[in-house]
Design a protein around this ligand. Sequence first.
Ligand code: NDP
Length: 286
Amino acid sequence: MLKQGLNSSVFVILNEDVAKKILPDSTIQLNDGRFIPRLGLGVSGLIEGEQTENSIHWALDAGYRHIDTAKLYGNESSVGRAVQEHNMDREEAWVTTKLWPTDFTNPRKAIEGSLSRLNLKFVDLYLIHWPTPIEIPGLDKKLWRSLEAFRDEGLCKSIGVSNFQSKRLAKLLGFANIPPVVNQVKCSPFHFPKELYSFCQTNSIFLVGYNPLNQGKELENSLLLKIADIHKKTAAQIMLRWAVQKDVIPIPKSKSEDRIHENINIFDFELTQTEIEELDSLSGIK
Ligand code: NDP
């Protein structure tokens, strides 16, 4: 039942029968054959040092096995330290980091810098954080060739993109020797990029959803609260469950131990198709 990349600790919070029914797999298989945990901890905004390290320890204790960082967030050193202090096999923790546009002139230096701050030999996933707003001829191809080389050299195990719209992604797919495994984009019931989602599904690219809680701005929404009440869950848990049932990988951020627990406690219930459709209507996608 369990696939590689995540140990059984996520099930500590679950009744086994429920786990079998609701969560037959706690990972999703990517187009390169690797398995990514279905939910991660985002660490944007967490301060380097105690705040980041505490959050990661709480998350790993709660069963998270997927941490999403970036050079931009300024906390890669703490991410690496916390993951290593946790004394788990390196293969058990999925670490994503990203290439920021100011490093497009020297991506190798950027990934080496990230690995050095993380104190890791490889990251699980390396993403182009944002494409240039105006396409520069040949740049995307050059960058992608660099990421493909990093993967071949073992500096990262999988490669992907972030904030790519479908037109730009289609071009990338046209020259990619290795297709991206994910596109990390803003995604919640309040911002569902329907056309991009379909494009990515057609091309076997999963969406990783950032701002999956809409940054906490819609927690009082009446539809969310109605559905939350039915399932005896919170509005935040309903948003995350919506993502999981759409095969979007949410990466909620929190600096609170209670909320970190709350955010992973979404694998013991299931939204109905009607509820999913009601939630879909929040971003006017019908
Ligand atoms: P989120 O939607 O995850 O919202 C985070 C906010 O919600 C924080 O204020 C947090 O507060 C609060 N929160 C967390 N859990 C709960 C809960 N259960 N109940 C109520 N409030 C809660 O937004 P983010 O912008 O942080 O996105 C998540 C991650 O996505 C980032 O950390 C980053 O890793 C990634 N990201 C990627 C981007 C990209 O360009 N690729 C862009 C933006 C984000 P508190 O901490 O106090 O709990």
